[in-house]
Design a protein around this ligand. Sequence first.
Ligand code: SF4
Length: 372
Amino acid sequence: MSVRPWRDIERRKSRQIMVGNVPVGGDAPIAVQSMTNTDTADAKATLEQIERIAEAGADIVRVSCPTEDSTAAMKEITKFSPVPIVADIHFHYKRGIEAAMNGAACLRINPGNIGKADRVKEVVQAAKDHGCSMRIGVNGGSLEKHLLEQYGEPCPEAMVESALFHANILEEHDFQEYKISVKASDVFLTVAAYHGLAEATEAPLHLGITEAGGLMSGTIKSSIGLGNLLWAGIGDTIRVSLSAEPEEEIKVGFDILKSLGLRHRGVNVISCPSCARQGFDVIRTVEKLEKRLAHISTPMSLSVIGCVVNGPGEARETDIGFTGGGTGKDAGMLYLGGVPAEKLKNDDMIDKLVQLCEAKAAEIEAAAAAAE
Ligand code: SF4
């Protein structure tokens, strides 16, 4: 029995597959991924973007492969990428074979859309030969015609049926290294489809709310949809789809996982909304701190609270804390390990907190290395 059972999430037991060297499913950490938006044929620009996405914390990056030039560029991209690359294939099965030959760790392809049986066989064989896994990606906006006719409109049952139809094709070719997604831009439809799919298969599930919107609205939509599923224990890898830079998708993905205690990365900043009691400008301080702490990937917590109403209580639960001294005061209290450490001037606070977080990260890393 856990000490705080209300925080426990029992993850659905899925089969584990590998996307390159990243395990997805089973008891593996929930992998966070995003997608490039450069021209894939421009290997240099694509690799530069992959580097930035990986730097933000991505475990896996997906690139579109619409042309022969793009799959040719995959050779260089997969050779130098710091993370495994998923090739996004639509329409042409040959791009799938080329991507597999050129180092893709996973193919996002729907076998039912490939066409003739011998073509499916060729793609599956290429995946087997080159150690590629696959993702079946069902999308509410592009369901098969016969399912739309049967069900009248995109609905959870149709999406699950579509996913199982593609999965069965892979199973018939004795291929189990696949994960599935059933995305829609509608939160209710997506969540219901994933619940149905989670019941119907043991395959690992890739979660996403597709075409969720801009940074703010898309984050909210994704947090509701993905949060709901993850809280129910469903989901083995996530992609937050935003009309924003891919690095933002990674940040939002981690923040969703952090909120549910499913994965931790970087400094978890706990801060109050501020009010007339604040002893310093909480909003501007947190903005500056988030920027200056973005390079830290070691999980830790920092509370930045405007006054003593909530400051000491939050500081007790965090690694490092600062509580404002109250309206008009120019100093507050620094907390280390939940205990008051010293009085700290507001003007010195940001530099000091950054320095302490960096030192804490080094300490945690050193302890982890020693334990290994
Ligand atoms: S912690 Fe203090 S400053 Fe922050 S919102 Fe609450 S009362 Fe206001």
